[in-house]
Design a protein around this ligand. Structure first.
Ligand code: MTE
Ligand code: CO
Length: 417
């Protein structure tokens, strides 16, 4: 179409009549007394006072925007997981009260006065740091995503859980405040033989993981704050380890100790759990990096299409290897692709927001999104992953999902092929 004023007016008129008036599914539950030109009921009387809620919470009309769990995935409330409501979030920041939680032995309750981080093993000086000691080191403020290696784990065998929250919600993206381990370790010094670190949590689960020294010195942090306030107890208050781009299990919460050694410690979490069992009976170990992945958060099973006409498709993409370079979206199950708009800021190992406007005329759609990162890695289909890894896997599913949009606007999680 040639761009002319006449055409612009014509397309704006089309937007007006198709985009904003034809309701397909939405039941209008508005109270007509509150609509223009009436004076709405909240105007005549004074509102609530400022001191009634000193911390602050979301509007009561947002009470469905919460973490949710899947009963059959929850062994007990102590060994449990819940999911971030990605479908209800905007931008790239996960609010602290909505960050999914995964703990293996409940939430440790720690008085920060009694908190210490011990550094021992192959260091020149074994040291113990309090929170106040940590705060004397140069501070960094960094956005990173944390994704559990089991995110999407239920989807390996087919489309299992009908929700964006349940299939993608074991990820959150937070601005952390803390210290670089490379700075902290200048204080202790490292013996030349130090090649691995054992990071140990102080909760009952005895969570321990081995991390190679190169990663520790590259970008790992000890943090005490998220999104501008102290860590939440569920996220490891008063201090946790941040391992950017690597599987969430390594981000030890309530961290009490870093031991330096010359080989991996072969803990339970890296030898039996968080490994990928292949068809020949062998398991891949030490598959730490969370590779490029993306999800369309709206439309999604929780966000049906309510109107015909112009839609703003929204989604999130991330890569443990660096920055997201491009996200393509298909509306026809992968036959045709359009490049979505990426929204700044585009930061390394952080969620990135993408959007794509499209016209919906009430036809069936098969929505997919495919992320590419700065290394050139392209998000695969599950069939591509299964060719290499077989069908025994639970962890590290970064495959492309498909949302089927029915003619009514309803959206379902489906598996193609
Ligand atoms: N650290 C300790 N000490 N105990 C735990 O149970 N769970 C791990 C990791 N660190 C865990 C832990 C797992 S499996 C994940 S995915 C992340 O923490 C979850 O972090 P979150 O609860 O902040 O989302
Ligand atoms: Co996890």
């Amino acid at each position: 179409m040639k761009f002319s004023r006449r055409n612009l007016i014509k397309s704006l008129a089309a937007l007006g009549s198709v985009g904003f008036s034809t309701k397909v599914l939405a039941q209008d539950k508005s109270n007509p007394n509150n609509l223009p030109p009436n004076l709405p009921e909240w105007t005549p009387d004074l509102g609530a006072g400022v001191d009634e809620n000193p911390y602050g919470s979301p509007s009561e009309f947002e009470s469905n925007v919460i973490r949710r769990n899947v009963p059959w995935l929850t062994a007990s409330s102590q060994s449990s997981v819940n999911f971030t409501p990605l479908q209800d979030l905007e931008g790239i920041v996960t609010p602290n009260g909505l960050c999914f939680e995964r703990h293996h032995g409940g939430v440790a309750e720690i008085n920060p006065t009694d908190y210490r981080l011990m550094v021992n093993g192959l260091v020149n000086r074994e040291m113990i740091f309090s929170i106040e000691d940590l705060k004397r080191f140069p501070q960094v403020n960094k956005f990173y995503f944390l994704e559990c290696a089991a995110n999407g784990g239920m989807e390996w065998k087919g489309a299992q859980l009908n929700g964006c929250q349940y299939t993608f919600g074991m990820v959150h993206n937070v601005q952390y405040t803390g210290v670089k381990l490379s700075d902290l370790l200048r204080e202790t010094g490292l013996k030349p033989k130090a090649k691995w670190v054992l990071a140990e949590g102080s909760d009952t689960s005895g969570m321990t993981r081995s991390i190679p020294i190169e990663k520790i010195l590259d970008d790992c942090l000890i943090v005490w704050a998220m999104n501008g306030e102290a860590l939440r107890p569920e996220q490891g208050y008063p201090a946790r380890l941040v391992v950017p781009g690597w599987e969430g299990n390594m981000w030890i919460k309530w961290i009490r100790r870093l031991e330096f050694g010359d080989k991996p410690y072969m803990t339970r979490e890296e030898t039996s759990k968080y490994t990928d069992l292949l068809t020949d009976g062998k398991a891949r170990m030490f598959t730490w990096v969370m590779e490029a992945k993306s999800v369309v958060t709206s439309p999604s099973p929780e966000k049906p299409i309510l109107y015909k006409g112009t839609q703003q498709l929204r989604g999130l993409a991330w890569s443990g290897k660096g920055k997201i370079k491009r996200v393509d979206v298909s509306l026809d199950g992968g036959k045709n692709w359009r490049t979505a708009q990426l929204h700044a800021p585009i930061m390394t190992k952080s969620l990135v927001r993408f959007t794509l406007p499209f016209e919906w005329r009430g036809e069936e759609l098969l929505i997919q999104s495919r992320a590419m990162d700065e290394t050139g890695y392209v998000q695969p289909y599950i069939q591509d992953l299964q060719k290499i890894r077989g069908k025994n896997s639970i962890y590290h599913n970064n495959s492309i999902a498909t949302w089927l949009v029915s003619k009514s606007g309803k959206v379902d999680n489906v598996r193609l092929g």
